[in-house]
Design a binder for this molecule. Sequence first.
Ligand SMILES: [Zn+2]
Ligand SMILES: [Zn+2]
Length: 234
Amino acid sequence: MLTYPEHREWPSTEREWAQRIEQVGQQRLVGPDGKDREAAPKAAPAPRFISRREWRAAAPTQTDTVNFWPEWGGIVLHYAGGGKEMREEHSPGRTPAPLDDCYYQVRLIQHRHMHPSPITGGERYWDIAYNYLICHHGYTFVGRGLASQPGANGSRYANERYYAICGLIGSGDPKPTDVMLRETKAVMEWVRRYDQAGARVEGRHVKGHKDVDRDPPTQCPGSLYPYIGNGYFD
Ligand SMILES: [Zn+2]
Ligand SMILES: [Zn+2]
């Protein structure tokens, strides 16, 4: 259980509220007076967040909350890549987590982003490159979170204008589950509500990685891509 004794005014802004909810994740949000608080302002159905503390994220080496204008872009959807990426287990309590487990998977993705292999190379990121990662059990791991520039969108232009949201699914997996799709949509609504994602854009502001980054061509976001085209996330 987390408390925030430093915040006398409660709540302050909606975005600060939202960021606090991401920091608390699935723990209860408690106010400075020790009373339980509602997890979110009433109208917003909060995604089922797993905070960075809960998945035991490493600290970022850097963050950029200045050069990020998602109102002029929107959201780019990614997937975890080739092969079988859906993990059997989802076991917050077990330490160390089993290998076939979503928590372990997210820690590994962060590690690979921050420490690329000297042999195969790759970009060295400040942090996990996505803002959010959604597993097929229907939970959202907080990556860089709200109002922070991501690194996964393939260009500086796209990183400065689009949230990067990643489905933990690969080309070798079955279709995305309904809870995964619903959760993905909830996260998209979250960044629209609290950070105006896509607000100043005409037309569809949800894109696939392959729409914004064609060189080299990518399959990303794989089996999630048709749900952009059919308007599921709009
Ligand atoms: Zn991608
Ligand atoms: Zn999971």
